[in-house]
Design a protein around this ligand. Structure first.
Ligand SMILES: [Zn+2]
Length: 359
């Protein structure tokens, strides 16, 4: 299907860089969700590209307990040295794409704006240069690669790091990720550590967005109360609709609104469905209802997209980046979003929070 009018989309989370077939990002990856041809076909002009250090014994298949609660045992901490080595190579994949002229690594808001303005229908398709390349924000999903003295943070900022989640769903010396439990409150343990407080403060001084996806509730409030910048949760959904520990309660959503932040709604079906099933055989409406709920609850300025492409099973209708127009069409058909409101969801809300953190 050809889309005459593609809405430019900035998506808040993908794991393309850390998949085994990452070499195909430029040319196309059969079975993958994010690559340059699929992004072009879907109007995806930008996104947060995550570097996640894998927990090797972790499986996303969650096991029901006798009482029906679905739980994934918390993976152990990743040693700093192991993470530092892994991240050095994985981020290099993104800089390689930048060097080849295939992607712009965002360092300023002007880079974000150029990518939106370069959306294919308005741009010369043969045009060279950064304006026609999509933009990628380098994001660390978990700060294990950062040392206690935060010296590596300086290096990574200089290289182009512009977004960091202090934790993935495991503990580290900065804080405590939320384990995957369904149903469960997100209030699963202690808040961020003293080193975690120093980390987020230094991020705000440098101009690195702090992302609270995978943070437990106590850590969420620690960072929200520090008022360093808008509260941003790059990929999560509404706890009221699906009581997974990874999702946000209405009180947390209010804090996102009060700080002028946003929630990137995740497409991962185990956080969307009432039964927590992790299966592509999931109706698109399961995703649409979370987007509409968060928009209704805290306003359309505070809801955005955070697919988790290449990191999770997502509804088949939006199986990869080329299918994003199916989602925007469904949102429009639902009558909830006007064209200008779709622009907020698809791009401008992300732009606002990045501008606030990057200064
Ligand atoms: Zn994640």
């Amino acid at each position: 299907m050809a889309h005459a009018h593609l809405i430019p989309i900035f998506d808040g989370h993908n794991d393309a860089l850390t998949r085994d077939d990452h070499a195909g990002i430029a040319t196309g990856r059969p079975g993958g969700a994010i690559d340059l041809p699929k992004m072009a076909a879907g109007g995806m002009r930008g996104g947060m590209f995550a570097v996640y250090v894998p927990s090797h014994d972790f499986s996303s298949d969650m096991v029901p307990r006798d009482d029906g609660v679905i739980e994934q045992r918390m993976p152990p901490e990743i040693p700093h040295q192991q993470a530092a080595t892994y991240v050095l190579a994985a981020a290099g994949r993104l800089f390689g794409l930048e060097r080849a002229g295939q992607i712009t690594v965002a360092r300023t808001i002007a880079d974000i704006d150029a990518a939106k303005a370069g959306t294919p229908e308005g741009a010369d398709p043969e045009g060279a240069g950064s304006a026609s390349a999509p933009v990628a924000v380098l994001h660390f999903e978990g700060a294990e690669a950062i040392d206690d003295e935060l010296e590596a943070l300086e290096t990574w900022y200089a290289a182009g790091l512009r977004s960091l989640g202090p934790v993935w769903s495991r503990p580290n010396r900065f804080g405590h990720g939320v384990p995957f439990i369904s149903p469960s409150s997100p209030d699963t343990g202690p808040g961020i550590t003293e080193a975690g407080h120093r980390l987020v403060r230094r991020c705000s001084e440098l101009g690195i967005l702090v992302d609270l996806a995978h943070m437990n509730e106590a850590g969420f409030w620690d960072v929200a109360r520090a008022e360093l910048g808008p509260v941003v949760v790059s990929h999560a959904a509404a706890h009221t609709l699906s009581q997974a520990s990874r999702n946000l309660t209405d009180r947390q959503l209010d804090a996102v609104k009060d700080s002028n932040g946003l929630v990137g709604v995740v497409f991962a079906t185990q956080f969307l469905r009432r039964d927590f099933a992790h299966t592509t055989d999931t109706d698109l409406h399961e995703l649409v209802r979370h987007i509409e709920y968060i928009g209704l609850q805290i306003g359309l300025e505070h809801v955005a997209l955070g697919s988790d492409f290449d990191g999770a099973k997502v509804p088949d209708a939006v199986r990869d980046a080329s299918c994003l127009p199916v989602l925007t069409a469904a949102l429009k058909a639902g009558g909830f979003f006007s064209d200008s409101e779709l622009e907020l969801l698809c791009w401008d809300n992300w732009r606002r929070v990045m501008a606030a953190w990057w200064r």
